[in-house]
Design a protein around this ligand. Structure first.
Ligand code: SF4
Ligand code: SF4
Length: 360
């Protein structure tokens, strides 16, 4: 691992201190932390050496790696690779074969007990693990060896967190989650198919700043990002509350941006941050594109199926005050407005207030 500090590395990439402070303030805001946390992030990250990260891709589709690397520099997701020393990642590293294996073992020895282990993909146990082997060893063998020297483990994506699509019935490879086989290390689950990149960045920054994992929910997910349902933060929620539902993907209701509940949206039972953080540098997210949430950050979402079948729970319109309904209708009608311009305006307002706090 290179011994340079994160701030030096960022400076070498042309990222100014001001941009760095903006990043810290935004991160604190996204994680629902008080403004003082932005300063704590800035102070700790500026001094911290780049942490060693070993990333093991197992039984996966590479979607999680794709999601993390599809960043829009200088977005906060893009900073991920400047903040860490990614010492092993088969998909991204130049080395292959024996060289790659040597790099893995060198990274383990050099950072014993201190590195962060990221795993994406499930672990197949069937046929003694023969369904997925690297360098002649099963994923289970590799996981046990690398986990033994890790400070903490991040199970990235629904496959590593819950078994995911490979575990779907009839689970021909005997796929399990990381937490099913590793019991003696702190594990944080970042589910999603794929997971939202900024969640990974936030967890990493929290680990470096506060020396541990953020508060987790009952499924091992960071509460800051998985504490509310998609439905809680959905901009179509006012239509749900009024009982206005699109009946097909191309009817009048769909064109007006009405709620997708009757078209199978799983937002009411899905905990994730898509509705607030969005995707592709905050450009949009599935419901904003006109498709219901599939529930990809919940266990066994694939087996639950029924992606276009309404949840059996009844749609229960809340009793809202007329003023709240009117405000909701206005918000819902904004579906036609540019999401990017709305995002820029919100971001600018946020940065104006929190940057001032940080630069005191
Ligand atoms: S579209 Fe889905 S998440 Fe949004 S309000 Fe309707 S049911 Fe809830
Ligand atoms: S909207 Fe739902 S299905 Fe889509 S990425 Fe977010 S949690 Fe997954």
């Amino acid at each position: 691992m290179r011994a340079n500090r994160i701030l030096d590395t960022l400076a070498g990439q042309g990222i100014t201190r001001r941009a760095f402070l903006k990043y810290c303030a935004t991160l604190a805001s996204l994680m629902a932390l008080p403004p003082s946390a932005g300063k704590a992030f800035a102070d700790a990250l500026a001094k911290a050496p780049r942490p060693s990260v070993i990333w093991l891709p197992f039984q996966e589709c590479t979607g999680c790696t794709e999601a993390i690397t599809r960043s829009h520099s200088p977005s906060i997701e893009g900073m991920l690779f400047d903040m860490i020393s990614l010492d092993y990642q088969e998909t991204l590293m130049a080395a292959a074969g024996h060289q790659a294996e040597a790099a893995l073992h060198e990274a383990i020895q050099r950072n014993m007990g201190k590195y962060l282990l990221i795993v994406d993909g499930s672990v197949p146990l069937g046929l003694d693990g023969a369904y997925s082997c690297i360098a002649g060893r099963s994923n289970l063998e590799t996981l046990k060896e690398v986990a033994a020297g890790a400070a903490a483990i991040v199970a990235m994506g629904s496959c590593a967190a819950y078994g995911g699509l490979p575990k779907a019935n009839p689970n021909p490879t005997g796929a399990v989650a990381v937490s099913d086989v590793i019991k003696d290390k702190p594990i944080i689950n970042i589910p999603g198919c794929p997971p939202i990149p900024v969640v990974m960045t936030g967890v990493l920054a929290h680990f470096l700043t506060f020396g541990g994992l953020p508060e987790l929910d009952r499924l091992g997910r960071p509460k800051a990002f998985y504490g509310e349902t998609i439905h809680d933060r959905c901009y179509r929620r006012p239509f749900y509350d009024q009982g206005k539902f699109a009946k097909t993907f191309d009817d009048e209701g769909a064109r007006k941006g009405w709620c997708l509940f009757e078209l199978g949206c799983k937002g009411p039972v899905t905990y994730n941050a898509c509705a607030s953080v969005k995707w592709n540098d905050g450009t949009s997210w599935p419901v904003e594109s006109g498709h219901g949430c599939l529930g990809c950050s919940e266990p066994d979402f694939w087996d639950a199926g029924g992606f276009y079948k309404a949840l059996s729970m009844p749609a229960r319109p809340l009793k809202l005050e007329p003023a709240a309904i009117a405000a909701g209708v206005v918000a819902g009608a904004a579906i036609a407005a540019s999401s990017r311009s709305r995002k820029s305006a919100a971001k600018a307002a946020h940065e104006t207030t929190t940057l001032a706090d940080l630069e005191k």
